[in-house]
Design a protein around this ligand. Structure first.
Ligand SMILES: O=C(O)c1cc(=O)[nH]c(=O)n1[C@@H]1O[C@H](COP(=O)(O)O)[C@@H](O)[C@H]1O
Length: 307
């Protein structure tokens, strides 16, 4: 899957993943009205509204970016209808040729991690049949429980040719509380990064591993040191746009080959129509604004990856 991701990044010349983190607030009034007319102001109505919102965005961005990253919390908050919207979104994105990174941030004791891995990346057995309940190509994984919490994800990835992105240094302001702690003279994120690189050795694609890392755009200096520490690890870089990351800071996340990183923007793209610079699109033009914001991000990132 990592090779397919790289191929799509090269085709689109856009190391960009559009984060599908729909808040009901972002959904234009007309879409909400239509969804509520069908299902009322209910969880089902909310699920329908965010699904239609996502569909509009996917229709506008599928040809300019390689991937989307639906963040499951934004769907889970609406219960079962929200989860249905998550799955419909992932399936539709794939139908349109996009790769799907399920942002689920899971990780537990081995047996529980296996259930997460099977459910999101693999197939679950029911009697004599097998089902793929969710259809992501990659998921995000929390490494806090250690190797036995990661192992099931590696096994399922091997069987299914899918991938994971393991949290190494997150973009949020408090990420340093634990992740920057010095252990034997080095920050914890380096220990984790090194381990991610090791896990990745058994799951190599052509030049990068199926086991990627998450490193926030908001810490470019740390991105630079981790890039060197994990040369064959693809880095998912969230924190661009709404959290303050920008193109010129991101050069160090990329390797000399111009590859090695994919940058996420969620609110900065899907809610672009609410920003002054895209206001001319209006609420009805939210999806067109998202396309323009993705194209503008591509231009901004060019300075980071072009050699
Ligand atoms: O794993 C992630 O994607 C992630 C890791 C991290 O360190 N920081 C981070 O913001 N994210 C996710 O990336 C997205 C960022 O959203 P925006 O700030 O709106 O672009 C959200 O879905 C976050 O959950």
């Amino acid at each position: 899957m990592i090779d397919q991701l790289i191929k799509k990044i090269q085709e689109t010349e856009a190391p960009i993943v559009v984060g599908l983190d729909p808040m009901l607030d972002y959904v234009p009034e007309r879409l909400k009205r239509e969804a509520f007319a069908k299902f009322g102001e209910t969880l089902a109505g909310a699920g329908e509204a965010i699904w239609e919102f996502n569909r509009g965005i996917i229709d506008q961005i599928w040809d300019v970016v390689p991937a989307v990253k639906p963040q499951i919390a934004m769907y889970e908050q609406f219960g079962i209808p929200g989860i249905e919207a998550f799955q419909k979104t992932a399936a539709y994105a794939k139908e349109k040729g996009l790769l799907v990174i399920g942002d689920i941030k899971r990780g537990d004791i081995g047996s529980t991690s296996l259930a997460y891995a099977v459910g999101h990346l693999g197939k679950v057995k029911v009697g004599n049949r097998e089902y793929a309940p969710f259809t992501e190509d990659f998921v995000t994984v929390n490494p806090y429980l250690g190797s036995d919490g990661i192992r099931p994800f590696l096994d399922v990835c091997k069987a299914e040719k899918k991938g994971i992105f393991v949290l190494v240094k997150t973009s949020n302001p408090s990420s340093g509380e634990f992740q920057d702690r010095q252990i034997e003279g080095r920050p914890l994120y380096e220990w984790v990064g090194e381990q991610v690189s090791r896990w990745g050795e058994e799951l190599m694609g052509e030049s990068y591993s199926y086991v990627g890392a998450v490193v926030g755009a908001t810490y470019p200096e740390i991105g630079k040191s981790l890039r060197k520490l994990m040369p064959n690890t693809f880095i998912l870089v969230p924190g661009y746009g709404a959290q303050g990351g920008n193109g010129k800071d991101l050069k160090a996340f990329f390797n000399e080959d111009g590859l090695g990183a994919i940058v996420n923007s969620s609110r900065g793209i899907i809610a672009a129509y609410r920003q002054a610079s895209y206001a001319s699109f209006g609420e009805e033009g939210y999806a067109g604004a998202a396309r323009q914001a993705a194209l503008d991000m591509k231009a901004d990132l060019r300075q980071a990856w072009e050699r």
